[in-house]
Design a protein around this ligand. Structure first.
Ligand SMILES: Nc1ncnc2c1ncn2[C@@H]1O[C@H](COP(=O)(O)OP(=O)(O)OP(=O)(O)O)[C@@H](O)[C@H]1O
Ligand SMILES: [Mg+2]
Length: 342
């Protein structure tokens, strides 16, 4: 199957377009002591990084030498866009005439962190413009689509309707049909609304909580019992989803495709910061997929990349070269027949 995949992909695109509707400038402020409400305090250090789930996926792709474009709202001189340019991340930006949000993390020496997330500027009335930009960026060449994957990731900014993800996915399908694959990493109402729309999604990457939100069940049980997790993930496939990459934190991940289910255990690591681990695992999966690897290898790469991200401090992202997918054991799970669930 591996060889077939590789052959089928000769000459096709390996580009991964990411869409981050609500990006941010992630500011981390380090204090020398405890945080005191109402006081003026001096910070010992501060950093600012462009953030957002799709942006993180693009960062891993660039770090790994892959081909990506990050689509996001934001003006040319916005600190988020400047930060991405500095880091060599190609972007396609929708000018909005307002600054993007900052998400502030205050860290104390004891390890306690306080997060203050802004809602972000309103994109009211701009959904069609964003949809057109995404469809343009996916592009087309004489030999096929310019992008193999489009990833929609993260939350929605104020001003967009709950079904905005469905509108964006439809715009891509209308222009590009089945030539491009669609991946989604979202949660809450926007994710539920997308699944209810019936639009075909090739890949979703929930964690245990996000899966439980959509199909019910107990997230803790999913992390303890991969068979229960695979069965619940299979129910997502009934909602016109091709493949489910369910990540389970330190318990690894489960991949459910039309051909069956597999589980991969996470390696033991010293977790420094799990921020962006899920985004990194999605990037790892997609990079293995565009390289023509088997579903099992894609799953191993997802788990290895997520673990590498969790072992790095802050929102640092790993490069595939620094991951060890060969050390990940993947095992087949019992097939969950569709009739069992009907
Ligand atoms: N403590 C850990 N030890 C080993 N691997 C981990 C750990 N935490 C995360 N990982 C790896 O990262 C992957 C993704 O983690 P997780 O399921 O927590 O993603 P997530 O909840 O979507 O995270 P986020 O949305 O914050 O990026 C896991 O499948 C696993 O491979
Ligand atoms: Mg996640």
């Amino acid at each position: 199957m591996n060889e077939q995949h590789t052959t089928a992909r000769t000459g096709t695109s390996t580009r991964i377009v990411t869409v981050t509707p609500n990006p941010s400038l992630d500011r981390t402020i380090e204090l020398a002591g405890e945080l005191h409400r109402g006081a003026v305090q001096r910070a010992t250090r501060s950093t600012a990084e462009p953030g957002g789930k799709g942006v993180n996926v693009s960062r891993v792709v660039v770090a790994s030498g892959g081909d990506t474009v990050a689509v996001l709202p934001g003006d040319e001189l916005d600190p988020v866009l400047l930060g991405l340019a500095t880091r060599g991340i190609p972007t396609a930006a929708l000018p909005i005439g307002a600054p993007l949000r900052s998400n502030v993390t205050v860290t104390e020496p004891t390890g306690t962190t306080t997060k203050l997330n802004e809602p972000g500027p309103s994109l009211a009335g701009r959904l069609d413009d964003l949809a057109a930009l995404v469809a343009d960026t996916v592009g087309a060449t004489a030999t096929g689509p310019a992008a193999r994957w489009v990833v929609f990731a993260g939350s929605l900014p104020p001003g967009l309707p709950d079904d905005a993800l469905a509108v964006l996915v439809r715009a891509v399908r209308e222009r590009h049909g089945d030539h491009v694959r669609i991946a989604v990493d979202s949660s809450g109402v926007p994710f539920t609304a997308l699944l209810q729309s019936g639009e075909r999604i090739d890949l979703v990457k929930p964690n245990a909580e996000e899966l439980a939100e959509v199909v019910g069940g107990d997230p803790d049980e999913f992390e303890r019992d991969v068979d229960a997790a695979a069965e619940a993930a299979q129910r997502l496939r009934d909602k016109n989803v091709g493949t489910v990459l369910l990540t389970l934190g330190s318990a690894g991940a489960v991949l459910v495709t039309e051909h069956g289910s597999h589980a991969a255990a996470a390696p033991r690591i010293v977790a420094r910061s799990t921020v962006g681990a899920g985004d990194s695992s999605l990037a790892g999966y997609l990079l293995a997929e565009v390289a023509g690897q088997s579903p099992e290898r894609c799953l191993a790469q997802a788990v290895a990349t997520g673990a590498a991200a969790a072992a790095l401090p802050g929102s640092d992202v790993p490069a595939l070269d620094h991951t060890d997918p060969a050390a990940i054991t993947v095992r087949a799970l019992q097939q969950h027949a569709a009739t069992e669930l009907a």
